[in-house]
Design a protein. Structure first.
Length: 161
């Protein structure tokens, strides 16, 4: 099986997992993270499908972390709600981090063995975006696992007293 075919299957699996995880996640920020990354994965799938089908894929320059900052800004009030994430929700974020890490490793190898310049460019782009997804899930996990300290570390606050 060619790397593009494997990548298509990986992206489909990721879309299914992230949509299911969003449906099971109670905290609105966590839910939005899964849905937002699922949309990125759909875009990845479309680009990979184009390459697989011999179509000149448009490789978009998207910055998932910037998109997530917009999500966080629009959900400030919801972020301040202290909602305890269930063990299942936290486990979903751990699985997501593992999936993204595996994606990064796969796309790095695929880039090195790419058959065309277009594939090489696409695999490089996907490596970068999967890295940003990993960061997003890691930060969201930290937020849901320990909201108070997440804000302290994220804002570099100094506790006075």
């Amino acid at each position: 099986m060619k790397p593009v075919e494997i990548a298509i299957r990986m992206e489909k699996d990721a879309i299914d997992f992230y949509n299911e995880a969003a449906g099971r996640t109670k905290h609105p920020v966590g839910k939005k993270m899964f849905l937002t990354v699922a949309e990125d994965e759909k875009r990845h799938l479309a680009m990979l499908s184009d390459i697989f089908n011999g179509v000149d894929a448009v490789i978009e320059e998207i910055n998932p972390i910037e998109n997530i900052r917009t999500v966080f800004s629009s959900m400030k009030d919801k972020m301040m709600e202290r909602v305890e994430a269930s063990d299942d929700e936290l486990e979903a974020f751990m699985i997501a981090m593992r999936m993204e890490k595996e994606g990064i490793e796969f796309y790095r190898k695929a880039e090195l063995g790419a058959g065309t310049v277009r594939e090489k460019i696409l695999f490089k782009r996907l490596t970068d975006e999967e890295g940003q997804h990993y960061t997003i899930f890691s930060e969201t996990y930290s937020f849901l696992n320990d909201t108070g300290n997440w804000f302290m570390w994220d804002e570099h606050s100094i506790v006075e007293g």
